[in-house]
Design a protein around this ligand. Structure first.
Ligand code: PLP
Length: 361
């Protein structure tokens, strides 16, 4: 049955809320009485435009996005944002500050080198990216075009708890923790996220951008790579990823039904605590990768004392129906991704499995 859901801890694409999948299933071949699937509607039709505009408005309401920000939908994933950001905002002789907290911020930095002179304003690489730098460890240059951070490090399992107040606009890759907790949007110049973790299926990229940045943006770049192409045309310059935008809208409704971001955040804390407690109460049988004050509520990374045991743990977990617990191929170990849509019961099942696995060794 459709209710037989896996214990899905995939890092991305990852679990979607069952209620959202069921709502989409119900409407799949006949959206809103149109006799067509949402995927078959013209993106210029009233029915689609309503879905599109409602998704934008819902996101604006959920995050209390101020009026001086635009919300746009793009394609190309978060990875294209690594390039679009410097392409739009960096001059050839211009500086931008990059704070390195993992693989994704390294990738963002590499793209910026193609357009200007990015500077590493802080890095925790020497500590195997086990922590987020403290605010006084940041060497920020007020004259920089922007400061780039990755708010949640999907691979290492660390997360910023407090954001720096910057003179240069703060630009954040929130791909793996967007919508997981309330944040003050006004601290940021630009926020971006690939949809496939907390927002919906892959294919849509959400960007929230402060309007004054658009005025300063470079103009000698391709049309599809300019933010203004999307802000000026309400993200309908060309055919948008219509199904993904529809699903995003359904996920946003679901977030509202959960009671909004405060409630989602409480839920996420309770879920992550189950698994972190299993680690912390294991007397070193499980070893968390992240330092405690930098622990992510979205990606919980840990190792077992020896590699043989780790292999056995992953194999037995797989056999017991747990999906996606292998760490990222670049670092190994184990990772449980506990995004918004992963139920409490699924996290409880994993925590119980971890305790039971340890007990029988
Ligand atoms: N940034 C972060 C923090 C991610 O977790 C990921 C993907 O896992 C990416 C960027 C890359 O996203 P995309 O696959 O949408 O390009």
């Amino acid at each position: 049955s459709t209710n037989q859901r896996a214990f899905n801890f995939n890092a991305g694409p990852s679990a979607l809320p069952l209620e959202v999948l069921q709502a989409a299933q119900e409407q799949l071949v006949n959206f809103n009485g149109t006799g067509m699937s949402i995927m078959e509607l013209s993106h210029r039709s009233k029915d689609f435009e309503q879905v599109h505009n409602e998704a934008i408005e819902r996101l604006r309401t959920i995050y209390a996005v101020p009026d001086n920000y635009d919300i746009i939908f793009l394609q190309g994933g978060a990875s294209l944002q690594f390039s679009m950001i410097p392409m739009n905002f960096l001059q050839q002789d211009g500086q931008a500050d990059y704070i390195l907290t993992g693989v994704w911020s390294e990738k963002a930095l590499e793209e910026a080198k193609l357009f200007g002179t990015p500077v590493v304003a802080a890095s925790t690489k020497d500590n195997h990216y086990k922590h987020i730098p403290t605010l006084d460890e940041l060497n920020l240059n007020d004259a920089s075009a922007y400061v780039h951070i990755t708010t949640n490090n999907t691979i290492y399992g660390t997360q910023w708890k407090e954001f720096p107040t910057t003179v240069a606009p703060l630009i954040a890759d929130m791909s793996s923790d967007i919508l997981s907790t309330p944040i003050d949007i006004s601290k940021f110049g630009l926020i971006y996220a690939g949809a496939q973790k907390n927002l919906g299926p892959s294919g849509v990229t959400v960007v929230i951008i402060r309007k004054d940045l658009l005025e300063k943006a470079n103009t000698n770049i391709p049309t599809m790579l300019k933010y203004t192409t999307f802000t000026k045309n309400n993200s309908l310059y060309n055919t948008p990823p219509t199904f993904g935008i529809y699903m995003l809208g359904e996920v946003l409704k679901w977030v509202e039904q959960q009671g909004g971001l405060e409630k989602v955040a409480e839920h996420n804390q309770a879920k992550a605590k189950l698994i972190y407690d299993a680690i912390d109460n294991s007397n070193g049988f499980y070893v968390g990768h992240a330092e405690k004050d930098s622990r992510s509520l979205m990606n919980i990374t840990f190792r077992l004392a020896d590699e043989e045991l780790e292999k056995q743990f992953l194999a037995e977990a797989k056999a017991a129906g747990f999906v996606g617990l292998n760490g990222h191929r670049s670092v190994g170990g184990c990772r449980a991704s506990t995004y918004n849509a992963v139920p409490y019961e699924t996290c409880k099942a994993l925590a119980d499995f971890m305790v039971a696995f340890q007990a029988k060794q």
